[in-house]
Write a protein that binds this ligand. Structure first.
Ligand SMILES: [Zn+2]
Ligand SMILES: [Zn+2]
Ligand SMILES: [Zn+2]
Length: 141
C-alpha cells in the first residue's frame, strides 16, 4: 500500500489524517515486517517522535478496521503488518515463525450463499484467516 493510497483512503472516509497516524503508517511501511505496538513506540522514540502507546493502539485499531494493517496474534504476542494488497484479501499465518503471506484471491461466494440460505442474513463482509507452517518451518516440523 503506497502513501498516496493511504492518504486518499482517509480523505474518502472523511477521517483526519493526523500527524501521529501518518508517522505510524510510515514506520510500518519502512519496517517491511510486522511490529508490535511497543516496537513501534520504541522506533518512533528513537527518531525523537514521542507518540503515546495509547495513541499507537488507537491508530492501529483504526488501521485494522480500514483493512490497512493485518493484526497477527501468535500466542500472547500481537503484531501488525502493513497490507500490500489494497483490495479485499486474506492471509495465511505460519504457526511457528509468525510469517504472514497475503492471498490475492477470495472465492467464497458459494459459502456466502449458504450463509444467506441458512440464516436469511444479507452477507456484506467476512473475515477468514488461514494457518499453517511456511516452507522453512515445514521442513523442521
Ligand atoms: Zn493484508
Ligand atoms: Zn514459518
Ligand atoms: Zn474474502
Amino acid at each position: 500500500m503506497n502513501k498516496e493510497f493511504f492518504k486518499s483512503l482517509f480523505k474518502d472516509k472523511k477521517l483526519r489524517r493526523s500527524h501521529p497516524r501518518l508517522l505510524i503508517y510510515q514506520e510500518l511501511s519502512d519496517a517491511e515486517t510486522s511490529l508490535s505496538p511497543q516496537e513501534l513506540y520504541q522506533c518512533l522514540l528513537k527518531k525523537q517522535r514521542k507518540i503515546g502507546l495509547t495513541s499507537i493502539y488507537r491508530s492501529l485499531d483504526l488501521f485494522e478496521s480500514l483493512g490497512i494493517v493485518f493484526k497477527i496474534i501468535n500466542g500472547s504476542s500481537v503484531k501488525y503488518k502493513l497490507c500490500e494488497i489494497e483490495d479485499h484479501h486474506h492471509h495465511i499465518i505460519c504457526k511457528a515463525c509468525g510469517n504472514v503471506v497475503e492471498l490475492n484471491f477470495c472465492d467464497i461466494s458459494d459459502w456466502s450463499k449458504k450463509v444467506t440460505e441458512s440464516t436469511g442474513y444479507q452477507v456484506i463482509d467476512h473475515q477468514l484467516n488461514f494457518y499453517g507452517f511456511c516452507k522453512a518451518c515445514k521442513k523442521e516440523a
